[in-house]
Design a protein around this ligand. Structure first.
Ligand SMILES: Cc1cc2nc3c(=O)[nH]c(=O)nc-3n(C[C@H](O)[C@H](O)[C@H](O)COP(=O)(O)OP(=O)(O)OC[C@H]3O[C@@H](n4cnc5c(N)ncnc54)[C@H](O)[C@@H]3O)c2cc1C
Length: 413
C-alpha cells in the first residue's frame, strides 16, 4: 500500500444525494471537503429517480411528514426539523431550480428543469465551494489506524487518507448498476458494527396468477382503488402485471406485507374496487336486477367496473362467493389478493435494512468508530415514495454535517 497522503479535513464517501448535501453544508461552513465516489460519475441513483417524475420532497406539514418514517419517526422529527421540506425547496431555489407542488402534495422541479440539469447546477455549486470530487475512487475499509483505505479504480493504486472526520453515505442495495451495491456492509461489520439485513422496500408484490389470467389480462391498471394490509389502507392506482401487482399503494404497503410474509399465514392484500361508496351504497346499487346479464355486463352497467375486474374476480374468488348482492358487494370492497413474495431487491425503489440504529449516536456518528458519521439510505429506515426518500436522505446529510461541525469544534481548554 502507498504511503498515507496529506489528509483532507473531511472525507465524504459516496456521491449520492446524502453525501453531496453533507459535502455542501460542510464546505459552506468552511471545511475543505473531498468526496470519494466509486462510480465514474456521482448522483447516478438521483438521476434514475428522475425518470418517472422527479419527486424531490412533499408539501405535507411536518408532524405528519415524520410519521412516514414509521418506527424512526422521532429521529426523523429531528432531522426534518433541521433541514425541512421548505429548506429543501429553498436550497433548490438557491441553485436556480424552481419547484411546484403537484398532486398529493408531491414536489417536483418545474418542467424546464430535467434531472441532469438539477445535478449539474448542484455540482457547479459544489465546485464553486471548492469541494473536490474524486470519482472512480472506491472505499475499501479502514486501516488498523482507522484511516480510510481507497482504491483509484482507473489505475488500481491503493492509498489511505486520515481525515479529521468522515461521512459515509454509501446508499442501500438496490439498482446496483447505479453504484448502490451494498458491498460496504462487510467493511463495517469487520469493526463490529451491527447491520440489519437488506430487504426490498417500495417494490412490487408477486401473485401466482393462473396462465389464463396472465395471458388474458397482461398489464392492466385499476384506477381509484384502495388497498389494505396489516390495518393500513392506501388509495391510488394499482397495476396488474404478469408477475403480480405494483403501483404506489403496493409500494407503500411493503412494510406490513413483508411482516405478513414472515408469518406462516398467507399474506393478503385486500383490494377495494369501490372505495368511494359505503358498503350500504354499494349494496343498494347491486340490488338492481341482473335480468340475465353476464357478470361482466352487469358490473359495467351498474358500477362502471369494466375489464379486467370480472376476470380478476373469477381469478381470486369462487363463483358462489359473489352470488348474492350482499356477498358481491363485500367481495368488491374486500377482495383478498394472495401475495407469494416481494420483487427482488435489485428492482426495489429503496431498501430497508443497513446500519442498525443502536450503532449511531444522536449525531449519527458510529459509536464504534468515533469521527465516522453515516447518512442516507445506508441507515436502517424506510419511507414510502412521494418525496419522502430524497427528503430523508438530504435531511440526514444535513444532520451529519451539523454533527461534524460540533465534533470538530475546538474544545475549551
Ligand atoms: C427507480 C427509482 C426511482 C426513485 N424515485 C424517487 C423519487 O421520485 N423521489 C424520492 O424521494 N426518491 C426516489 N428514489 C430514491 C432515491 O433515489 C434514493 O433514496 C437516494 O438516491 C438515496 O440516496 P443516498 O445518497 O443515500 O444513496 P445513493 O444515491 O445510492 O448514493 C450512494 C453512492 O455511494 C457510492 N458508493 C457505494 N459504495 C461505495 C464505495 N465502497 N466507495 C465509494 N463510493 C461508494 C455509490 O456509487 C453511490 O453513488 C428512487 C429510486 C429509484 C431506484
Amino acid at each position: 500500500m502507498a504511503p498515507i497522503l496529506s489528509a483532507p479535513s473531511v472525507a465524504v464517501v459516496g456521491g449520492g444525494p446524502a453525501g453531496l448535501l453533507a459535502a455542501q453544508r460542510l464546505a459552506e461552513a468552511g471545511y475543505p471537503v473531498t468526496v470519494f465516489e466509486a462510480q465514474p460519475t456521482v448522483g447516478r441513483k438521483f438521476l434514475v429517480a428522475g425518470h418517472g417524475g422527479f419527486n424531490l420532497t412533499n408539501a405535507e406539514p411536518l408532524p405528519d411528514f415524520s410519521h412516514r418514517y414509521g418506527a424512526r419517526q422521532a429521529d426523523f422529527d429531528r432531522f426534518l426539523s433541521h433541514f425541512t421540506p421548505t429548506d429543501l425547496r429553498q436550497w433548490l431555489h438557491s441553485l436556480g431550480i424552481e419547484t411546484f407542488v403537484g398532486t398529493s402534495g408531491r414536489v417536483f422541479p418545474t418542467d424546464e428543469y430535467k434531472p441532469a440539469q438539477v445535478l449539474r447546477a448542484w455540482l457547479q455549486r459544489l465546485a464553486a465551494l471548492g469541494v473536490q470530487l474524486r470519482v472512480r475512487h472506491r472505499w475499501l475499509g479502514f486501516t488498523p489506524e482507522r484511516a480510510l483505505r481507497l482504491r483509484d479504480e482507473a489505475t488500481g493504486q491503493e492509498f489511505s487518507v486520515q481525515p479529521a472526520a468522515t461521512v459515509l453515505a454509501l446508499g442501500g442495495a438496490s439498482w446496483v448498476k447505479t453504484g448502490s451495491d451494498g458491498q460496504w456492509t462487510s467493511l463495517l461489520s469487520a469493526w463490529g458494527v451491527t447491520l440489519e439485513p437488506f430487504a426490498p422496500s417500495n417494490c412490487g408484490a408477486e401473485v401466482a396468477w393462473s396462465e389464463f389470467f396472465r395471458v388474458k389480462v397482461g398489464r392492466a391498471p385499476l384506477k381509484n382503488i384502495a388497498l389494505e394490509c396489516g390495518g393500513q389502507t392506501v388509495r391510488g392506482e394499482l397495476l396488474l402485471t404478469d408477475y403480480g401487482v405494483e403501483g404506489t399503494p403496493v409500494y407503500a404497503l411493503t412494510p406490513p406485507l413483508r411482516a405478513a410474509l414472515q408469518t406462516p399465514q398467507s399474506a393478503l392484500l385486500y383490494l377495494n374496487l369501490k372505495p368511494d361508496l359505503t358498503a350500504e351504497q354499494l349494496w343498494q346499487k347491486l340490488r338492481a336486477p341482473r335480468n340475465g346479464k353476464s357478470l361482466a355486463v352487469y358490473l359495467e352497467k351498474t358500477l362502471r367496473l369494466g375489464p379486467p375486474v370480472p376476470t380478476l374476480l373469477r381469478e381470486l374468488a369462487p363463483a358462489e362467493a359473489g352470488a348474492s348482492p350482499e356477498s358481491l358487494a363485500a367481495l368488491l370492497q374486500r377482495l383478498p389478493v394472495p401475495v407469494t413474495g416481494l420483487r427482488p431487491l435489485d428492482e426495489a425503489i429503496s431498501t430497508a435494512g443497513g446500519v442498525a440504529w443502536p450503532e449511531v449516536d444522536e449525531n449519527l456518528m458510529l459509536q464504534k468508530l468515533p469521527g465516522v458519521f453515516v447518512a442516507g439510505e445506508m441507515l436502517d429506515w424506510e419511507a414510502p415514495t412521494g418525496g419522502y426518500l430524497l427528503q430523508g436522505c438530504l435531511s440526514t446529510g444535513a444532520w451529519v454535517a451539523r454533527g461534524i461541525q460540533h465534533w470538530l469544534r475546538p474544545q475549551p481548554a
